[in-house]
Design a protein around this ligand. Structure first.
Ligand SMILES: NC(=O)c1ccc[n+]([C@@H]2O[C@H](COP(=O)([O-])OP(=O)(O)OC[C@H]3O[C@@H](n4cnc5c(N)ncnc54)[C@H](OP(=O)(O)O)[C@@H]3O)[C@@H](O)[C@H]2O)c1
Length: 350
């Protein structure tokens, strides 16, 4: 990464900080940004980095901050609340756009700007974190093993818990329920309505269907028309989710959203350093073709937030090295199925 040609917005969030710390450890000197001047200043001064503080709807400030930059790594999420202000600024300033979203509607929105991005000569690469790098690589690997696959199932088991931003993103879209892809089309399904037992690294675990980013991206990466994503979940939590899903309409109301978001901001920070350094994440995937032939593959990676910092920076480095075509793309389309194996400590289990 050339010095100071990368701008990280949302730099003082839980994940933004991990990314900044790792970037500096790797010898990079990104410029930092965020909407709270005091918070940006603290982290920038900690590493002696340049900074800008501005609200994400301030287009003039974007033009100033992006002047002379080649790449923006957006860590300010829920991304459904920031993307509509940030993407136009990147297109206008001809700056590559990367983020760590896992939100289906955000992938969908960004992919619509493929043509404009090609015209501007920039890459749009959302989902450079845990969601969706390892699952996207797994999906492409499985497609290579069974090229005529018609069905794809992906799953992960992580004991990390959620960061504040992830919890807020979940809360934002909870009322929309889950989602799967059927015959190429994304269709909504009820929250926690599908569950099954999946074996991760030899351990069986109850897993529930979720609206994970791969429902959008794996179709783009593999062309497989039927896609479901699951996550390991304790039975008690599944029960609670089923109950909560009955009150989706209530959770959507502005008053309850304000109350719940306040609770999340107060109570949730994110996985401790001990968790990040010791936990492992297990991923599982299966493809099936029309004749019923199946191929299964598994991956093991570092803890999901630690992995997010590693893969987001690997993606940024790859784009800056000119390895990725302009326009919208996905991590595995951009770098291949083995990309995940470059994230220190990741390995194929089978
Ligand atoms: N792909 C993955 O696997 C992965 C991994 C980690 C995180 N994420 C996602 O990344 C996002 C951030 O997560 P986090 O854990 O870092 O959360 P966090 O600690 O809450 O940080 C969020 C950051 O975004 C900023 N932000 C939020 N809304 C904003 C807005 N409207 N305008 C400007 N800045 C805004 C926050 O600034 P303020 O504090 O000023 O609000 C903060 O700097 C979440 O959406 C999360 O789901 C994805």
């Amino acid at each position: 990464m050339v010095q100071e040609n990368v701008f990280i917005y949302g730099a003082y969030g839980y994940t933004g900080k991990l990314i900044v710390d790792l970037a500096v450890k790797k010898g990079h000197r990104p410029v930092l940004g965020g909407r709270d001047e005091e918070k940006v200043k603290v982290i920038a001064n900690q590493y002696g980095l340049q900074w800008y503080a501005f609200d994400c709807n301030n287009q003039e400030a974007w033009d100033t901050a992006l002047n002379g930059k080649q790449l923006l790594l957006n860590c300010a999420g829920p991304f459904s609340l920031t993307i509509r202000d940030i993407l136009p600024a990147c297109l206008r300033n001809k700056v590559h756009y990367l983020d760590i979203t896992g939100e289906i509607d955000v992938f969908e929105y960004i992919s619509r700007f493929d043509k404009e991005a090609k015209k501007a000569g920039i890459t749009l690469l959302p989902g450079t974190g845990f969601d969706v790098v390892p699952t996207d690589c797994l999906a492409v690997f499985l497609k290579e093993q069974l090229p005529d696959a018609t069905h794809l199932e992906l799953a992960f088991d992580s004991q990390s818990g959620l960061s504040r931003g992830t919890a807020l993103s979940v809360l934002n879209r909870f009322h929309q329920g889950s989602a799967v892809r059927k015959e190429g089309v994304i269709v909504p399904s009820k929250t926690a309505s599908v569950s099954k037992i999946i074996k991760y690294g030899g351990q069986e675990r109850l897993s529930v269907g979720i609206a994970w980013g791969d429902v959008f991206t794996a179709f783009y990466s593999t062309g497989i028309p039927n896609i479901e994503v699951y996550t390991g979940m304790p039975p008690k939590m599944l029960k609670a989710m089923k109950k909560a899903s009955k009150f989706g309409w209530l959770i959507k109301t502005w008053l309850l959203q304000i109350i719940l978001k306040r609770i999340v901001r107060k109570k949730i920070d994110g996985p401790s350093i001990n968790k990040r350094e010791t936990l492992r994440t297990y991923l599982w995937g299966k493809v099936m073709n029309a004749e019923g032939k199946e191929v299964v593959a598994e991956l093991e990676t570092p803890e999901s937030y630690k992995l997010t910092a590693i893969t987001a920076l690997l993606c940024a480095e790859g784009v800056l090295e000119g390895k990725v075509k302009s326009g919208y793309t996905t991590p595995a389309k951009a770098f291949g199925a083995d990309f995940i194996l470059r994230a220190g400590g990741s390995r194929k289990i089978k």
